[in-house]
Design a protein around this ligand. Sequence first.
Ligand code: AMP
Length: 501
Amino acid sequence: MPFSDLGLSDKVLNAVETAGYTEPTPIQAEAIPHVLARRDVLGIAQTGTGKTAAFTLPMLTLLENGRARARMPRTLILEPTRELAAQVVENFDRYGTNHKLNVALIIGGVSFADQDAKLMRGTDVLIATPGRLLDHFERGKLLLTGVELLVIDEADRMLDMGFIPDIERIVKMVPFTRQTLFFSATMPPEIERLADMFLHNPQRVEVARPASTATTITQRLVATGSEGHAKRERLRDLIRGEGELKNGIIFCNRKRDVALLQKSLVSHGFDAAALHGDMDQRARTTALDAFRNGETALLVASDVAARGLDIPAVSHVFNFDVPHHPEDYVHRIGRTGRAGRSGTAYTLVSPEDSRSLGAIEALIGQPVPWFDGDLSTMADASADTGTRHRGRSGEARRGGRTAKGTGRSAPAKAADEGADRTSARGSRGAATAQRAEARPPASRPEARPPASRAEARPAPRRDINREERGRRPETDGETPVGLGSHVPAFLLRPVLAKKEK
Ligand code: AMP
């Protein structure tokens, strides 16, 4: 079906042609006519399906009639992360070349003054993250009573990030008669409930979830121990072994590991940038631009920060951790092997990952081959040393692996230990992470994949200021109760009771 059959205006069709698109993607073909007919739409689609244009293009057509008033945006698009919000702005820039529309980006981490000025001028399209939007509202700088169309994008990510109470507040501020477009990659019960609440008689539009992985991607599992430094060493060996590595994204489950791993890679002479939700906006943009421009070959990222980012031509993906949600695996490795190019995806697997790995293989419907020996090889290595989960177990095991000939030089090893020690001294978070890694698998809280996304979500914190809100989009694993499963050594010492006289 050609774009011209969808009911889009000539200005929009012209911009689509300039963008070089010949045919609408399935989500575009299905959703666009309903949006133009002013229907509410429930879109179940992931990023990468052309979802952004599925709402941007008809919005541009609809916005051709009418004018914006000061402080009263005509349309509002809510995005979970600043990067996704910025990407939607880029879409409006690209497809809106023939329109004279005011598009405002309202995200945390940047000054209020410029955003205020933009709102004052009158906004046709307001693209915002929930926290900063509420800040402007509470400062009396914004009225949402003129919103004719509301887009809630990446609803399941909003849920993961604890943004749902904010979204519910915002929805109460926009007119009941608005048109609503609601997009989510998955539909857990909590999201179904929200969709029922926010949408009126919606048209449901669904494109197949990418449960299968592209055949252009070579996937391999890489057996590793659980300790951070063992995993980092394994990763370095993998990267060094890849002659063809043009660039790669390395995914970690926890943002504290992103920072730690990036520093460690740099200390070993690799060219790596970090991207996670606790970084300030400028640092995030710099890291992303450097990776996109090819100035930095490696990007160490968390799922939330990397989610939905349009980064073309990545040759390698490394999963430093097995993701807890199997869809995240498909999403992560889908950053490579795009548009028919070949790509390679390595996943480091330690003994306690078997459950998460099983869920991934069930989702993609096939086992992923091992790279150079499965976990039984690791078990042998730890049996050799006999010290796997005791005290300085990592060093003992690393000795074992080095003896097998990983080919690492002595200075590199020293640098690794230096990096580990520095981080253990310098950061409480990192020290805690290392303690957790040294625990036997059964006692690791991270070893149990959360039963549901809702369970993994941090409890919404109402007491933090709005700037903080913008920087709390990621979980850092489950929250330990008290000391978690860590028992301080002094509590394990035998108690010597004094004899009664
Ligand atoms: P999205 O799912 O919105 O993140 O889009 C993913 C990528 O697909 C972006 O790079 C878009 O530029 C591109 N894209 C969107 N629509 C089309 C289309 N109809 N034909 C080809 N590429 C498209």
